[in-house]
Write a protein that binds this ligand. Structure first.
Ligand code: PMV
Length: 329
């Protein structure tokens, strides 16, 4: 047994979003989702069993609250099946700031999941790593493999069939680009975990959301297969709108959008009418992610500047989470 391992994983952006859990503890979703892995953003995680006590450090500070509980939940699951591992030390380091507007938690939990299995002497297994990463955050299940991944909703109560799987590798569509545009660097008031719960429990639109999102996944896969940017862009926009509309219909209503979000969305539509192939998607926050091709990134950058964006981050399709020898401690 190695007892110590280091893995690197990329975050991902959902093209068809996950919004709402059917099981809060196991993080089981009500619907399937589909995403693209994002390079060059990455998080490295080093993990070693046999420490004096459990210790978790994230980006240079001790993990606290639900962050800590979730990392330990992943570790516990492996400790239960592999006796004798002992206390763990986990250190993660991202190469992108929180202010980049993209959550690093998906990449962090995917890297931790891959590293835990290696440190515990378990064989490389994308499905098991995805299930493990899912226990940290749902979207992390989609960061174990690169390229374009579907997180299958699954049917089982124990979550054994709720994992993400690569549908196309990053090399399938290397020209595709995502540009995260930070219009507001403020921390959001309602975390996705709480926003989802409120939406599931109170939005009258929620059943329609589940049905629609599930049906969009195979359509999105087909459009990526055909590299049909125009139809994929339209699908991503309507899926993002529907997620936000479902949340806005919750009680109390939940609105993540800010005036600058609308400004950018309008500017995107206006430029598109003039011929620029650009679309957007929007996670549970005010910062759109633009969808375009490599040769249009500079035009997208100008668009972001036009609405006074604080920052932009350019991403390409990324690869699988991987084990590396350079440890963080
Ligand atoms: O996995 P979480 O708890 O970070 O939730 C992710 C929710 C969205 O980003 C809004 C959608 C998604 O599928 O990534």
């Amino acid at each position: 047994m190695n007892k110590k391992a280091t893995a690197i994983a990329h975050p991902n952006i959902a093209l068809v979003k996950y919004w709402g859990k059917r099981d809060e503890a196991l993080i089981l979703p009500h619907q399937s989702s589909f995403s693209m892995t994002l390079a060059p953003l990455e998080v490295k995680a080093t993990l070693a069993f046999g420490a004096e006590r459990d210790e978790v450090r994230i980006n240079g500070r001790p993990a606290q609250g639900s962050e800590l509980t979730r990392v330990i939940a992943l570790v516990e699951r492996v400790r239960q099946t592999t006796p004798g591992l002992g206390p763990v030390r986990v250190v993660t380091q991202g190469n992108f700031p929180m202010s980049a507007g993209l959550a690093s938690s998906a990449a962090a939990f995917a890297a931790i999941a891959v590293a835990i299995r290696a440190a515990a002497g378990l064989p490389k297994d994308a499905r098991e790593s995805s299930i493990l990463a899912r226990l940290g955050s749902g979207s992390a299940s989609r960061s174990v493999e690169g390229g374009f991944c579907t997180w299958h909703r699954g049917q089982r109560a124990d979550g054994a069939d709720s994992f993400a799987e690569q549908i196309f590798p990053a090399s399938h569509w290397p020209q595709l680009r995502m540009m995260a545009v930070v219009v507001s660097g403020e921390e959001k008031e309602v975390k996705s975990r709480d926003g989802m719960r409120g939406t599931v429990e109170t939005s009258p639109y929620y059943p329609a959301w589940i049905q629609d999102a599930e049906a969009e996944v195979p359509r999105a896969i087909e459009l990526v297969r055909r590299k049909d940017l125009e139809a994929l862009g339209a699908l991503c926009e309507r899926n993002a709108w529907r997620m936000h509309a479902t949340s806005m219909a919750a009680d109390p209503p939940l609105c993540y959008l800010k005036p600058k979000t609308f400004q950018l969305i309008e500017a995107v539509a206006a430029e598109r009418r003039k011929g620029l192939p650009v679309w957007f998607t929007l996670d549970a926050g005010p910062n759109p992610v633009l969808i375009t091709l490599e040769e249009h990134l500079d035009a997208c950058q100008r668009l972001a500047q036009q609405v006074g964006a604080e920052n932009t981050v350019r991403c390409t399709p990324g690869g699988d989470a991987r084990l590396v020898e350079e440890h963080l401690f």
